[in-house]
Design a protein around this ligand. Structure first.
Ligand SMILES: [Zn+2]
Ligand SMILES: [Zn+2]
Length: 423
C-alpha cells in the first residue's frame, strides 16, 4: 500500500498520519477536493482509514459524505473488505451501520466475511454475520396495515436490538442478559414473536437470504419462549428477595442447563435443549440448516451441539478458545480461573456460583489433571534436555570416529578426494 509521497492525495496522506484535527479542517473547507478522491490504486480515503482500523477517521469521512460502497479499487475491494482485513470490529460495525453491503464481492469473488475468515479475524466474521439494522426492528414498533397496536412496544426495540447484536449465543448468556433487563422481561412475549416474524421474513427473501441471521432469529425466539415459561413459573411462587431478582430470575433453568453428567461433566441437558431448538427451525430447505443437522447427528455427547450451532452462526472457532467462561461462554482474557484447579474460568463470581454445583464434583479431579499436565510438561522438558545432551555426545563420538576413520582412509587410499565424508 506504500506509495510515493508526491502521488498521494492530501486527504489520503492525512488519513495515513492520523491527524484528525487537520483532516476535519480540510474536509470542512473542501480545499482538498472530493471526499472520495482516489489514489493510484483506486483507493479512497475511507478505504485507507478502514484498512488502518481507525474508527474515528472513518466516522469523520462518512460524516462528510464518503461513499461506504465505493469499489473503484483495482481489485474491487470495498471499505468493508479493508476493515475486515484490519480486524477492527468497531470499524466493521460502523461501516455496516452506514450501509456497507456485506454481500459485495471483490474481483476474486470474495466477500468481506470470507476475507476476514481467510486471515483469521473470527470476531469480524461473527460481527458481519450477526449484523442487523436497527430499522429492521423499528419496523415492528409502528402499526402495520389494519393494526391498531404495533407488534412491539417502541421502548423494547433497543434492548431487543442489543440482544440480537450480542455475539455470544450461549443460552446461559441470553438468560443472564434477559434476566438483567426489565424491559426485555416485561415484553418477552412480543419480542419472541417479532423474532419469529423476522426469521420468516428473512427466509422468504427472493435473493441473498442471510441463512445465518434467519437461524439466529429463530434460535433467539426459541430461547425467549423458554425464558417466558420460566418467568410465568417464578411469578406464581415468587419468594425471592427483591434485590436478588435480576440475577436469580432464570437461576433454576441455568442450573439445569449446565448440570454436568456424572461420568464426565458433559452438559447433556444443554445439548438436548440446543438440538430441540434446531429441530424446531421451520425453514428446513435452507442449506445451513441441513448442514447443522448433519453435524449434530449421532448420540448425545459424541459432539457438542452448542459448538456446532455457534460455529454455524459465528464462524468456526469463535468461542473455542481457552478464555471462555465455563458457565456462559463469554470469552475474555480477564476471566478468572478457579483458584483450586486452575482448569476452568469464569467472567465473574455469579457465573462461578452458578457453576459450582457441577464443578465441585470435578474440581479435585481437574486439579489432579492440572498437576499431571504440569508434571508432563516438566518431564517432557527433562527428556528434551537429556536427548539434546545425548545427541551432542553422539555427535562428538561420531566426529571422533570419523576423524579416526578418515585418518585410516588417508593412509589406505591414494586419491584424497574420496575421503571427504559428508554425513
Ligand atoms: Zn460467564
Ligand atoms: Zn476448580
Amino acid at each position: 500500500m506504500a506509495a510515493e509521497e508526491e502521488d498521494v492525495p492530501r486527504l489520503i496522506a492525512l488519513v495515513g498520519t492520523g491527524e484528525l484535527g487537520e483532516l476535519k479542517k480540510v474536509l470542512l473547507t473542501g480545499e482538498c477536493g472530493p471526499v472520495d478522491v482516489l489514489d493510484k490504486n483506486g483507493m479512497t480515503p475511507l478505504q485507507h482509514g478502514a484498512y488502518k482500523g481507525s474508527v474515528k477517521t472513518c466516522q469523520l469521512l462518512i460524516d462528510h459524505g464518503a461513499d461506504v460502497n465505493d469499489i473503484n479499487h483495482d481489485h474491487r475491494y470495498s471499505a468493508l473488505h479493508f476493515a475486515a482485513l484490519s480486524g477492527s470490529t468497531e470499524c466493521v460495525q460502523l461501516l455496516l451501520k452506514s450501509g456497507a453491503r456485506a454481500y459485495h464481492t471483490n474481483s476474486l469473488g470474495r466477500t468481506a466475511t470470507q476475507m476476514a475468515a481467510f486471515v483469521g479475524n473470527h470476531s469480524v466474521v461473527a460481527m458481519i454475520n450477526n449484523f442487523v439494522k436497527l430499522e429492521a426492528i423499528e419496523y415492528y414498533t409502528k402499526p402495520q396495515g389494519l393494526e391498531t397496536e404495533p407488534k412491539l412496544p417502541p421502548i423494547a426495540a433497543k434492548p431487543l436490538y442489543d440482544l440480537i447484536m450480542q455475539v455470544n449465543i450461549h443460552p446461559v448468556r441470553i438468560a443472564l442478559t434477559v434476566g438483567g433487563c426489565s424491559m426485555l422481561k416485561t415484553h418477552i412475549n412480543p419480542c419472541s414473536k417479532v423474532l419469529e416474524l423476522m426469521a420468516e421474513k428473512e427466509s422468504k427473501r427472493p435473493e441473498n437470504v442471510n441463512e445465518v441471521i434467519c437461524l439466529k432469529f429463530h434460535y433467539l425466539s426459541y430461547v425467549l419462549k423458554t425464558l417466558e415459561k420460566e418467568l410465568n413459573k417464578t411469578t406464581e411462587n415468587d419468594k425471592k428477595p427483591e434485590e436478588d431478582k435480576d440475577i436469580l430470575t432464570f437461576e433454576s433453568i441455568i442450573k439445569k442447563w449446565i448440570r454436568g453428567r456424572a461420568s464426565d461433566g458433559f452438559e447433556e441437558h444443554l445439548d438436548y435443549y440446543i438440538r430441540d431448538a434446531v429441530k424446531a427451525f421451520p425453514y428446513v430447505e435452507i442449506p445451513l440448516f441441513m448442514q447443522i443437522v448433519r453435524n449434530m447427528h449421532g448420540a448425545i455427547g459424541e459432539s457438542c451441539s452448542l459448538s456446532t450451532l455457534i460455529g454455524a452462526i459465528n464462524g468456526q472457532r469463535a468461542f473455542a478458545d481457552e478464555y471462555a467462561c465455563s458457565t456462559c461462554g463469554d470469552s475474555n482474557k480477564q476471566n478468572k480461573k478457579c483458584s483450586k484447579c486452575k482448569m476452568v474460568q469464569y467472567c465473574n463470581r455469579n457465573c462461578q456460583r452458578l457453576h459450582w454445583n457441577t464443578h465441585k464434583k470435578f474440581c479435585a479431579q481437574l486439579l489432579k489433571e492440572y498437576e499431571k499436565q504440569l508434571k508432563r510438561i516438566e518431564e517432557e522438558k527433562k527428556k528434551d534436555e537429556e536427548e539434546k545432551l545425548k545427541k551432542e555426545e553422539d555427535n562428538k563420538k561420531k566426529q571422533d570416529g570419523e576423524t579416526k576413520m578418515n585418518e585410516n582412509k588417508i593412509d589406505d587410499v591414494v586419491d584424497g578426494t574420496e575421503n571427504i565424508s559428508v554425513s
